[in-house]
Design a protein around this ligand. Structure first.
Ligand SMILES: [Zn+2]
Length: 295
């Protein structure tokens, strides 16, 4: 993963097509959700690659950093063109980035839900960071497949040391990359946590699934008032909500290491930019009514 300067072409150079094959071996497109857009966004499979950089989002700053660092290939998690577009003119914020990468000869690949579902993938990295053994996925496991090794989104597993929600929220905040948004939790802060479900990124569609499992806590991102309130009042487990970026960014290092190991010709690294959009977070100072828990 060291960023070693290497020639952009020559006998020790891979091709875009070869890097795509390595990525798709680790994060098979067949594991992606049907609505997703994993794959090569721009780039010529025949072009040479010696330096691959990994990031969560392809923002302008990320594209600039990739170009400045001499990358030939940028691997991201979030597909920049997930929703339909009819063109990529330079006057469009996304077109601007695609044009810049093409002009500079940087291929762009998005491994989204393919990397969420794969083993090891985004969810394994999140679980391991939090001290949770990455077990069965939250998505259905086909008959005859061992749930403990099955691919799919989310992971359920035991926490290495039982602790209260309050303590576990501290651990999540300490171990995930720092964001302005931070970490918040819902439910009894003194609830003991032994078994945890995680879903990297936006996981509120799994609240119903988690409510039916023997877990004490669910860690995910982008949670909203009504789904969480109804989940808790229905007897569901306590919930930890992280910044979306923070739950997924740790995967970038895993992917960079995977590529460096798979092909020693490649120099790989992570673009260390926080692409979480939130920049200000205030708890507020106005005296507030008591909560259900205070009564
Ligand atoms: Zn995401």
């Amino acid at each position: 993963m060291d960023e070693v300067n290497t020639e952009a072409s020559g006998p020790g150079t891979a091709t875009v097509g070869e890097v795509v094959a390595l990525i798709e071996d680790a994060y098979p497109p067949r594991l992606a959700e049907s609505w997703d857009a994993c794959g090569l966004v721009c780039g010529d499979p025949a072009d040479p690659v010696s330096r691959v950089l990994v990031a969560l989002d392809c923002t302008d700053a990320v594209a600039d950093a990739a170009i400045d660092a001499g990358a030939d290939f940028l691997l991201v998690h979030h597909p920049p063109l997930l929703r339909g577009v009819t063109g990529v003119p330079v006057t469009h914020p996304k077109g601007r980035i695609i044009h810049r990468l093409i002009r500079e000869g940087v291929a762009l690949y998005a491994a989204h839900t393919s990397a969420d579902a794969a083993r090891p993938g985004v969810n394994d990295r999140l679980a391991e960071l939090l001290g949770v053994t990455p077990g069965a996925p939250l998505t259905p496991v086909p008959d005859g497949v061992d749930p403990l090794t099955a691919t799919g989104i989310g992971r359920v597993g035991d926490l290495d040391t039982p602790m209260t929600l309050r303590e576990f929220a501290d651990r999540v905040a300490d171990r995930l990359p720092t964001t302005v948004w931070g970490v918040r939790a819902a439910g009894d802060p003194d609830r003991m946590i032994r078994r945890v479900a995680v879903a990297s990124g936006s996981g509120d569609s799994f609240l119903g699934t988690v409510a039916g499992l023997d877990v004490d806590c669910f860690v995910t991102s982008d949670l909203r008032h009504h789904p969480v309130d109804e989940h808790l009042r229905g007897g569901g487990c306590v919930v930890v909500d992280t910044a979306h970026w923070a739950s997924e960014f740790p995967w970038c290092a895993q992917a960079a290491e995977m590529l460096a190991t798979a092909d020693p010709r490649l120099s790989t690294g992570v673009i260390d930019l926080r692409t979480d959009p939130w920049t200000v977070h205030r708890p507020g100072a106005v005296p507030s009514p008591s909560t259900d828990k205070d009564r």
